[in-house]
Write a protein that binds this ligand. Structure first.
Ligand code: PGA
Length: 225
């Protein structure tokens, strides 16, 4: 399989902007997944665009006001789900245990899981990543995609050096007993796309801010894939 590019829109864009975005990205031929704010997901799905959610609940249904389940996401036609994004971990206080339950629910419902892991500058990288992987994937049967997103790189225009990133990808892969796909996220943009394209061991990229403008996102995809 070739490389993949994933857009994480977070909580952005109006409905007219989404419709315009869909017009532009539906012409693209490279392997792309869009993770819009969940209420916009059906607009992408009905156009045949691969779509992911940015989060799901740890249960399939029940009294969980405000939540969306993996089962509902699958029924709708979503293919992917991002789990454990650093904003969910930090702002919504998601622990590795909760993330573990969400991953299991996603896989049970046949969704492809993009598990985000990432360290901050002041942390012991290997220790943090290992804990996020072992606790997040405890008793998980089935494969996931790992999105390595150093917390200091998200929305900051700072990316790890080539050596650092290459080492980290190798380290992440060494923690798996299958050939895990590792993608990179954190300030991926047009300026650094060429540099990132060259990093060995990556199966793709997750783009936040720079994915909000369809034209820019398409240009980044054209460079990276
Ligand atoms: P960014 O976000 O591209 O704006 O840094 C990436 C992410 O949060 O996944």
């Amino acid at each position: 399989m070739g490389k993949i590019i994933i857009a994480n829109h977070k909580m952005n864009m109006s409905l007219p902007e989404i419709k315009d975005y869909i017009d532009k990205v539906s012409k693209v031929s490279f392997d792309m997944v869009i993770c819009p704010t969940s209420i916009y997901a059906p607009y992408f799905i009905e156009k045949g665009i691969k779509t992911g959610l940015q989060n799901i609940c740890f249960e399939d249904n029940g009294p969980f006001t405000g939540e969306i389940s993996g089962k509902q996401a699958k029924d709708l036609g979503a293919e992917y789900v991002i789990i454990g994004h650093s904003e969910r971990r930090r702002i919504f206080e998601e622990t590795n245990d909760v993330i573990n339950l969400k991953i299991k629910k996603a896989l049970e419902n046949d969704l492809k899981v993009i598990l985000c892991i990432g360290d901050n500058t002041y942390e012991d990288k290997k220790e943090v990543l290992k804990k996020q992987i072992t606790e997040g994937l405890k008793d998980v049967k089935g494969e996931v995609i790992i999105s390595y997103e150093p917390v200091y790189s998200i929305g900051t225009d700072i990316i790890p050096s080539r050596e650092e990133l290459t080492d980290t990808i190798k380290y992440i892969k060494s923690l798996f007993d299958y050939d895990v796909k590792v993608i990179y996220g954190g300030s991926v943009n047009l300026k650094n796309a060429l540099e990132l394209k060259d990093i060995g061991g990556l199966s793709g990229y997750l783009v936040g801010t720079a994915s909000l403008d369809a034209t820019t996102f398409i240009k980044i995809g054209e460079v990276l894939l």
